[in-house]
Design a protein around this ligand. Structure first.
Ligand code: NAP
Length: 467
């Protein structure tokens, strides 16, 4: 019995267990770190196991790739800020999908070389699925990266008959793929098939706005996973089948959760061109009076409250205000104020964005309340302190049937006795629409960068505490 026959199944089984436990533990902030570590161990075992396979006869190129990948990967992990995680994820998907597509391409030509008549039909089906999804996910992920990094226009680009053209190109690619399954020897078809798949990936993303990119990335994650799973069938590698299936299903479930949290359908996300310029009062620049307040006012209101609910959003992530928030939390809790944090499932720019930031600042997990649990409590809350959130507290989602976010569940901050909003201006959030909450009598606008405004509140509250 060869060494890899004895060791490989055990290593692969442990790796698969690591991946499953990682997904399970990443479900809760309390166990998420453990989940990341066990996932990393699983991946290390998978790589070691694969390097031990008897097919691997030459390690030179593998080490070249290993050092190149490490040289690029480690700086990316450190250079990319937290707010850029969605585009970093899109870039990783692009790399994974390209690798999968290239391996599929190599297997296709290798199969032709060896047998002279092409690969078997079953393998050919898996190979076509792998390369189709791999190539389209590569260009689509690069487009998503470009939109999120703002090197490409964020607004959806739409034209008449667009869906017809896109579906036509996909159908042509799938049709040629089918022809290759039937007769793999027609090598001239393969490059046409690959180009059509690459083109479809670009065209798929053009009509989708930047606001929907995180949901699209979750979906592309699912495609990349399915491509990897198909690659497992081509290479007869069980771990790839398992890991790809986990990736494919978890990405798909995540995109469903995100669509539900925004009350949007898949077709609306993919074909709805959400994020086109709105002709609302925000866009038209209509001026309505608001009540603004200073850090001293805010500190006094917070100090005299019994119960405060903090609602963080994208602006808190941009300002990196979570540590100042922690300081404010400490002062207020020492003064006997009950402080809780309300987490909207799509606050920020990626799922779990707020949980990650608050965990980084060591906010106790039991103080984090999910939207459905905190909303029934909001009417008894003295102060709702909104920090850089906008769309996720916009009452228009409940009251205005014509709003682009109509029906999206929100955190009902408007029910609190006093609402305070930290943001820099009256500019809209990601959906590009005005927020009626800012003009209400019980709302105070605290204009400024979230981190500096919170610093001033902390200073004032600290001074009050000494009185
Ligand atoms: P948002 O609606 O985009 O609003 C963020 C607010 O933060 C802006 O109004 C901005 O106002 C303020 N801001 C920016 N920089 C700031 C700073 N340095 N200091 C203080 N304020 C700052 O954010 P959200 O309420 O978190 O909603 C998230 C949006 O993203 C939703 O529309 C959601 O559907 C969408 N989305 C999220 C996900 C996800 O997975 N999380 C996925 C897909 C889509 P100023 O410019 O005036 O400061």
């Amino acid at each position: 019995m060869k060494l890899d026959d004895a060791v490989l199944p055990i290593l692969y089984m442990l790796a698969a267990m690591g991946f499953i436990l990682a997904i399970k533990w990443m479900n809760s902030p309390a166990t998420a770190r453990r989940g990341v570590v066990v996932g990393e161990i699983g991946m290390a075992l998978a790589v070691i196991g694969t390097l031990l396979r008897f097919e691997v006869v030459n390690y030179e190129w593998i080490f070249v790739a290993f050092f190149l990948g490490t040289a690029v990967g480690i700086p990316i992990a450190y250079i990319m800020p937290m707010t850029a995680v969605p585009q970093r994820t899109a870039f990783s998907h692009a790399c994974g999908a390209l690798a999968s597509a290239l391996i599929g391409t190599a297997e296709y030509y290798k199969g032709l070389d060896q047998s002279g008549a092409g690969v078997s039909k079953v393998v050919m089906v898996a190979l076509i699925v792998e390369t189709l999804l791999g190539f389209l996910t590569f260009t689509a992920s690069m487009m998503a990266f470009g939109k999120l990094q703002e090197v490409l226009p964020q607004r959806p680009i739409v034209y008449k008959g667009q869906n017809f053209v896109n579906l036509g190109i996909f159908a042509a690619a799938a049709g040629i793929g089918l022809a290759l399954v039937v007769s793999p020897g027609q090598t001239f078809l393969f490059p046409i098939f690959a180009v059509l798949a690459l083109l479809f990936g670009i065209l798929l993303i053009i009509p989708i706005g930047g606001a929907d990119m995180p949901t699209v990335i979750a979906l592309l994650n699912s495609y990349a996973g399915l491509s990897a799973s198909a690659m497992g069938f081509v290479l007869n590698n069980k771990l790839l089948i398992v890991a790809g299936a986990l990736d494919g299903s978890s990405g798909f479930i995540l995109s469903i959760i995100m669509c539900r949290a925004m009350n949007r359908s898949f077709t609306n996300v993919l074909f709805g061109a959400f994020g086109q310029l709105q002709t609302t009062s925000a866009a038209a620049g209509e001026a309505k009076p608001v009540h603004s307040a200073t850090p001293e006012d805010a500190a006094q209101i917070l100090d005299s409250a019994r119960s405060v609910v903090v609602i963080p959003g994208y602006g808190m992530a941009v300002a990196q205000a979570q540590h100042k928030l922690r300081e404010m939390y400490d002062i207020l809790t020492r003064r006997g104020v009950e402080v809780r944090f309300a987490i909207h499932p799509v606050a920020g720019r990626m799922p779990g964005h707020m949980n990650v930031l608050l965990a980084e600042a060591d906010i106790p997990y039991d103080k984090l309340w999910e939207m459905d649990d905190i909303n029934p409590e909001m009417a008894n809350v003295d102060v709702a302190l909104i920090i850089g959130a906008n769309d996720v507290v916009n009452p228009g989602a409940e009251t205005d049937p014509n709003s682009p976010i109509s029906g999206m569940p929100i955190i009902q901050a408007y029910k609190a006795r006093t609402v305070m909003v930290i943001k820099r201006s009256m500019n809209p959030g990601f959906a590009g629409i005005d927020n009626d909450l800012y003009y209400r009598d019980n709302t105070l606008m605290l204009f400024g960068d979230a981190k500096s405004f919170l610093s001033s509140i902390v200073k004032e509250a600290g001074a009050l505490a000494k009185v």
